[in-house]
Ligand binder design. Structure first.
Ligand code: FUC
Length: 820
């Protein structure tokens, strides 16, 4: 009894600690960004975004709008591809990989657009003369409120700037204030790098920047956009020049910025950008700042506050963000991990909102007219990674723009399937853009991969596994099925192995030396795993909806003929059908571990030898790599139930870029560095930290599966699991789970896997689990036994002891479990 009261008191203290610890959810600095974009702080509402520099004399708000892309509606299939398909296949099967790649380059890769660019709008620049001699400088991004702030002192006056991009009002609002009246004086101008642009001053308080995006890769730029900046002053006077507004002697100033384009959807750009921008700003302009701010915070926190994390805090947390980043590898700073974790959620909420575009390679933040990889959508890993945290960190709504894009690709990808493969269904190659291109780009080495549709379609199915929403499943089922239909037609029997394989395909962007440096291949492990998942998801979706019995049978039959996974002579999971992996290969893509994460085909409980082989593959590939690759590795090591190794990867990722040798790291504003900036690493790491604390893919909800020594104590609230459960709160101490409260949103069996014995709060016992989990949301894939090389000495790994319980639940009820 005594022990239980102590426990409950501890638990209440933890809950209080969680609400207090959020004070630390700020990125802050005591120096301005100067002219470095990666020092500036990102704000956004999924449609509009800005990088806030926090410079004193010349403040810059670098502006983005999610639909400002080069080009215009276009397709990029290669019409010669189908005729060349049998020849390409023949060369692959004959082992003439280089010749196959050459032919694919000539006949299959697009001769049209290699994808369009996400482009910036321009800058809002505020010039404050005589502010060069400043003191008490401070700037922050409060990720609990989604507000950026800068303050400093000049001549005994403290100046403050606040900026946010309102979620409900769709405009950016900047407030300039001072602690003495009549002190605000500056000039405001809009600038842009676009060739086709027109900057005007409207009346005495509005700036307008109108422009058209670039022509690119033979496609004419036709996205027209308009940015308006309108100023409201308290006191003072405004005068204007041809291209600027000058404010003098104001007490405080509000600047409203709205941006809109003519983009309606990927095939329609007939909207009126001027009217749209005007409507947003007109609606917002008469509102009070305090009201707008309160409504903005409330709309943001509706999502952000769903998950709280506390890993404890140390003195290290008192330093500015850039210093913490520098120190992270040599100090204990657990709340820096919390900050980085929640920053990932902040970035997803700010870059991906229902009705908008999905987060691209840079989310929604880009200052360059020609960004790296066009800042488009690389769908052989990067785009999917962006959305790994969405469902489980309770941001299901943020998944919506991606799901919409997938449905659009299922339309555009149909023609690509017909024209290039003579197949039904749909597919996408390794990239897409705002025009939803599905043709192969960049050259065969990269672009020959055709698994984009297959992989993305898993997101449609995953969403159902988390929400159990049958209506939704019905609406997306045609796209899930379409991905399967493509493979039904496209798979071909391998002449040597007799398995059904994807050919041509590749293991994204990697090639074994034995294949003459060509990546083109038949039956790469990742392709096999993808086809398996596509068939499995379609079968399970059809069963859940009670449709397509014959198609289910057909897919079951084909599934049996897919290649098994193979364990090679280095005790590794083979990347290709032949045992040609090099144990010294450090390639950033480890695509064959797709089967371990995000898929759940490789499990320590169901196929322990494959699991052991996956670990060897991870060890052989090493840790340091590009930012996103390290983000993926955090997830993999979490799946390996090795918290310390996962933590090591977090350390590698949270290393200032300037000090990294041979890999990625993190910029001063905590953007992930490929390098250059790529946002996938941020999202991948947020996902990975979640996987360290909770996994729900292997037939059970596994709590604290991969705690590192550094997170021995902590708590988290609000995570979502497959099967529609919410982890309302979970507290652990010294690596032991003390208390967990779980709400069942769909009912059904709750299978828990935990590191120590627990019981109901009432003292009632929990039932030990046995057999398969009867909850259909936890159905695990049944894969073929692996083929193991004669030279392999693979043995299963020793796992940590866990306890497995089954708890029948009722829809809408909550259950608390405590230490036994
Ligand atoms: C893939 C990766 C690169 C980069 C690019 C955007 O091509 O191999 O590392 O992330 O996408």
């Amino acid at each position: 009894m005594m022990r239980k009261s102590i426990l409950i008191i501890f638990f209440i203290c933890c809950l209080q600690a969680i609400s207090q610890d959020t004070d630390g959810l700020k990125l802050w600095y005591n120096v301005p960004s100067s002219d470095t974009w990666e020092n500036a702080l990102p704000i956004g509402n999924g449609f509009q975004a800005a990088m806030v520099y926090g410079n004193v004399e010349k403040e810059i708000f670098q502006l983005n709008e999610a639909t400002v892309w080069s080009g215009s509606p276009n397709r990029n299939d290669n019409p010669n591809a189908l005729e060349a398909l049998p020849k390409v296949r023949k060369l692959i099967f004959e082992g003439e990989y280089k010749a196959a790649e050459n032919l694919a380059n000539e006949k299959r890769i697009t001769k049209r657009s290699h994808g369009q660019m996400f482009q910036p709008v321009g800058n809002l620049e505020l010039t404050f003369t005589d502010h060069d001699d400043f003191s008490n400088y401070y700037r922050e991004l409060d990720i609990e409120k989604a507000i950026a702030k800068t303050s400093y002192m000049v001549g005994g006056v403290t100046y403050t700037r606040e900026a946010f991009i309102s979620f409900p009002d769709r405009v950016m609002v900047i407030k300039l204030s001072a602690d003495k009246p009549g002190k605000i004086a500056f000039s405001a101008a809009l600038t842009s790098q676009h060739i086709k642009q027109n900057i005007t001053v409207n009346g005495n308080n509005e700036l307008s920047l109108w422009g058209t995006t670039s022509d690119h890769d033979g496609v004419e730029g036709k996205v027209e956009f308009n940015a308006l900046a309108r100023i409201k002053t308290d006191g003072g006077i405004i005068t204007n020049t041809d291209n600027s507004l000058n404010i003098e002697k104001a007490n405080s100033v509000l600047i409203f910025v709205s941006i809109a384009s003519n983009f309606n959807n990927y095939k329609d750009i007939s909207g009126d950008e001027n009217q749209r921008a005007k409507d947003f700003i007109d609606k917002a302009f008469d509102k009070s700042f305090d009201k707008m701010k309160a409504e903005h915070i409330a709309a943001y926190q509706k999502y952000f506050n769903c998950v709280k994390l506390d890993l404890g805090s140390t003195e290290a947390a008192k330093l500015p963000t850039g210093e913490r980043l520098k120190n992270f590898n040599t100090t204990e700073d657990p709340s820096f991990v919390t900050l980085y974790y929640q920053y990932g959620r902040y970035l997803l909420i700010s870059s991906s909102q229902p009705g908008g575009q999905p987060a691209n390679l840079q989310g929604i933040w880009n200052g360059s007219m020609k960004p790296a990889w066009d800042s488009k959508y690389t769908i052989n890993i990067n785009t999917e990674m962006n959305y790994w945290p969405a469902e489980k960190t309770n941001l299901s709504e943020m998944h919506e723009p991606l799901l919409k894009m997938i449905l659009e690709l299922s339309e555009t990808g149909k023609e690509t399937a017909k024209v290039m493969y003579g197949a039904d269904g749909w597919l996408a190659h390794h990239n897409t853009d705002i025009w939803r291109i599905t043709g192969p780009i960049d050259g065969s080495f990269w672009g020959i991969w055709n698994g984009g549709g297959g992989w993305l379609s898993q997101h449609l199915w995953e969403r159902y596994l988390y929400t159990g929403d049958k209506k939704y499943l019905e609406s997306v089922y045609p796209a899930i099925k379409g991905a399967a239909e493509f493979y039904v037609d496209f798979l071909v029997e391998h002449p040597k192995y007799k398995w059904l394989v994807v050919a041509p395909g590749n293991s994204p962007e990697n090639a074994p030396k034995e294949h003459q440096g060509a990546s083109i291949t038949a039956g790469s492990t990742m392709d096999n795993q993808l086809v398996f998942d596509v068939f499995n998801a379609t079968i399970n979706a059809a069963k859940a909806l009670g449709v397509d019995k014959n198609f289910i049978k057909k897919l079951e039959g084909l599934k049996k003929r897919l290649p098994p996974m193979q364990i090679g002579k280095h005790n590794q999971l083979q990347e290709w059908l032949d045992d040609v992996d090099s144990p010294t290969d450090k390639h950033r893509h480890i695509s064959h571990l797709y089967g371990l994460y995000p898929s759940n085909q490789i499990s320590p409980y169901r196929n322990p030898k494959l699991f052991a082989a996956a670990k060897n593959t991870l060890l052989q590939r090493g840790d340091v790599s590009t930012g996103w690759s390290m983000g993926w590795k955090v997830n993999w090591w979490a799946k390996m139930q090795d918290g310390n190794h996962a933590y090591k990867l977090i350390q590698n990722q949270l290393t200032p870029l300037s000090t990294v040798k041979g890999g990625g790291g993190t910029y001063n504003n905590l953007f992930d560095a490929h390098p250059p900036f790529q946002i996938d690493g941020n999202f991948g790491c947020t996902s990975g930290i979640t996987e360290m604390l909770m996994q729900s893919s292997d037939g059970a909800i596994h709590l604290i599966p991969a705690l590192p020594d550094n997170f021995k104590n902590g708590m988290i609230s609000g995570l979502k699991t497959k099967g529609g459960f919410t982890i309302e709160d979970m507290v652990w101490k010294n690596g032991q789970l003390l208390s967990v409260k779980i709400t069942s949103n769909l009912g059904g069996n709750l299978r828990l896997r935990i590191p120590n014995e627990m019981q109901f709060e009432s003292g009632n016992k929990l039932n030990k689990a046995s057999g398969e989990n009867p909850n259909s949301f936890f159905l695990v894939p049944k894969i073929k036994d692996p083929v193991i090389s004669g030279a392999s000495t693979i043995q299963p790994l020793q796992l940590k002891k866990t306890f497995l319980y089954d708890i029948p639940t009722e829809k809408g009820s909550s259950y608390r479990f405590v230490l036994k």
